[in-house]
Ligand binder design. Structure first.
Ligand SMILES: C[S@@+](CC[C@H](N)C(=O)[O-])C[C@H]1O[C@@H](n2cnc3c(N)ncnc32)[C@H](O)[C@@H]1O
Length: 274
């Protein structure tokens, strides 16, 4: 039987759940996601195991996003808007207040499968799910309108999403989030210019290509009203935790002489500019 492959962008949700399952079963796991095995299913696990580099990315990013979330909730954020939520199960595995409102948007097929798989599981807070296309602002604006009428202070989360959108689509999303006055914070992935250019030369997942390619990541978000409060870099986190990235030997030699790749990617906490 040939190995399962990623066929489209929705399959990245399966792979990511599979990588969370792989991390969760390690003796030195950096987090435990007991539902990840079920959510990934046999296909997600097979895809994930065929690409162990993804497990490192997920192991590095998950705890630091958890920290951003805990910190935001401790300061009174009452709604999380998880865009491209995939098969993430934070409302089931994290210690979050029961009063928190967790809103998820993803492709209808992903949301339908997730709802079915999690039937019978109890989240720690309220969870609402919407299956729609995040390249269609008319569709997601309806959800944002509901939030603007009924939520106090919200934070957006786009974990592993924006790379799959075009600059225009991310710009529209950034503008719409900025127009949502309750949305104070946004946690999203950071890419250095070097890495963005590298993706255009070599797509790691050709069936789910990285389309986002701004001239400068920080300037792009600032132009749409979102300024960097903090960035946690995966490479630096990896060094601190003694969890080296699974990179080829020849690249490791190059990296011994430069610290720049340690800051190629990470997760940023953005604040809305008034
Ligand atoms: C790499 S996965 C990450 C999922 C989740 N945030 C996580 O970390 O497990 C990317 C997710 O973005 C979703 N996605 C990508 N483009 C989308 C679009 N145009 N509309 C809705 N969801 C989209 C995919 O379906 C997938 O679930």
């Amino acid at each position: 039987m040939s190995a399962e492959q990623i066929r489209n962008v929705s399959d990245t949700a399966l792979a990511t759940a599979g990588w969370r399952a792989m991390e969760s079963e390690r003796p030195d796991a950096l987090f435990h996601d007991p539902l990840a095995v079920t959510l990934a299913g046999a296909r997600g696990l097979q895809i994930a195991r065929s690409r162990p580099d993804g497990a490192w990315v997920v192991a590095m990013r998950t705890p630091l996003i958890d920290d951003f979330l805990r910190e935001a909730v401790s300061t009174g954020i009452d709604t999380i808007l998880d865009l491209g939520a995939g098969l993430d199960a934070r409302p089931y595995r994290m210690d979050l207040p029961s009063s928190l409102r967790w809103i998820e948007i993803d492709d209808p097929s992903v949301i339908a499968a997730k709802t079915e798989l999690l039937r019978g599981e109890a989240p720690v807070c309220s969870v609402e799910r919407f299956g729609l296309d995040l390249t269609d602002p008319d569709a997601y604006r309806e959800v944002f309108d509901v939030i603007s009428r009924s939520s106090g202070r919200s934070m957006a989360l786009t974990e592993g999403l924006i790379g799959y959108l075009s600059e225009d689509e991310v710009a529209t999303l950034a503008n719409e989030l900025h127009a949502l006055s309750s949305c104070e914070l946004w946690v999203t992935e950071y890419f250095s210019t070097r890495l963005l250019r590298a993706y255009q030369k070599h797509q790691p997942l050709p069936e789910a290509p990285v389309r986002f390619n701004p001239n400068d990541w920080t300037d792009f978000f600032a132009e749409h009203g979102w300024v960097v409060a903090e960035i946690s870099y995966l490479g630096e986190r990896s060094q601190q935790l003694h969890r080296p990235a699974p990179i080829p030997l020849r690249d490791r030699v190059v990296r011994m002489f430069t610290s720049r790749p340690l800051r190629d990617t990470g997760y940023a906490l953005l604040e809305r500019r008034p």
